[in-house]
Ligand binder design. Structure first.
Ligand SMILES: Cc1cc2nc3c(=O)[nH]c(=O)nc-3n(C[C@H](O)[C@H](O)[C@H](O)COP(=O)(O)O)c2cc1C
Length: 197
């Protein structure tokens, strides 16, 4: 359901990562509209280093899932400590079913030689996430551990880097949003060690 009448503040507050999706399809036009918003993001020297690949082909999504899960199995076999504990508590594992469940995956690439390429691309990703949320489309910023292998499948040129896969679709269920730090925890005035109040 679209939330077109909500302000950016409300949309930002509502938006969260979704890892369980319904398989319902919708028109790619909605995604193009959202990418149109992402295109408005600022970038180093206005280089606009981003490139978006919308994956809709079912076999290709399966292939991406296979490769990502291969990378994840390796990652999960090595991960230790605080991160391992966090992943366990969140119920996350090497399985990435969402990659074949969603109607679309938006793969976001950045031109490596552009100034501040990564920063610029991620600002555009932020715009895109909020635009999707406004359209009622759930998403996940999924960063596969073996991104180069994934990029190769999508025929990424050597001077581009895969930054993120965004599986997008309608949420299955209703996940609770992860808590956020308070404003006072993250803001200080004049100096880093000077609290706001
Ligand atoms: C740069 C970045 C990389 C992330 N990579 C993954 C990922 O690989 N897999 C995943 O399930 N979530 C990933 N996330 C989602 C975060 O876990 C999530 O944003 C965080 O736990 C807060 O939850 P929320 O987005 O639901 O509020 C990533 C988020 C960011 C910003």
């Amino acid at each position: 359901m679209s939330s077109a009448n909500q302000t950016i503040f409300e949309i930002a507050r509502k938006r969260r990562s979704v890892r369980k999706f319904r398989t319902d399809n919708f028109s790619m036009d909605v995604l193009l509209e959202c990418i149109n918003a992402a295109r408005e993001a600022p970038s180093g020297s206005n280089y606009q280093p981003w490139h978006f690949v919308i994956v809709e082909d079912a076999k290709l999504k399966e292939k991406l899932r296979d490769v990502c899960e291969k990378g994840e199995r390796k990652f999960y076999s090595h991960v230790r400590g605080e991160l391992a504990e966090w992943l366990k508590n969140k119920g996350l594992s090497w399985k990435k079913e969402f990659l074949s469940q969603v109607p679309y995956i938006i793969a976001v690439f950045g031109y490596k030689k552009a100034p501040y390429s990564r920063e610029s691309v991620w600002i555009a990703v932020g715009y895109l996430l909020l635009a999707l949320e406004e359209k009622g489309i759930a998403s996940l910023t999924y960063t596969p551990p073996n991104r180069d292998e994934v990029a190769e499948i999508l025929k990424c040129p050597g001077d581009y880097r895969l930054e993120v896969l965004l599986p997008v679709g309608y949420e299955d269920g209703h996940k609770i949003k992860e808590p956020r730090k308070s404003l006072d925890e993250v803001v200080s005035v004049n100096f880093f060690d000077n609290p706001r109040v």
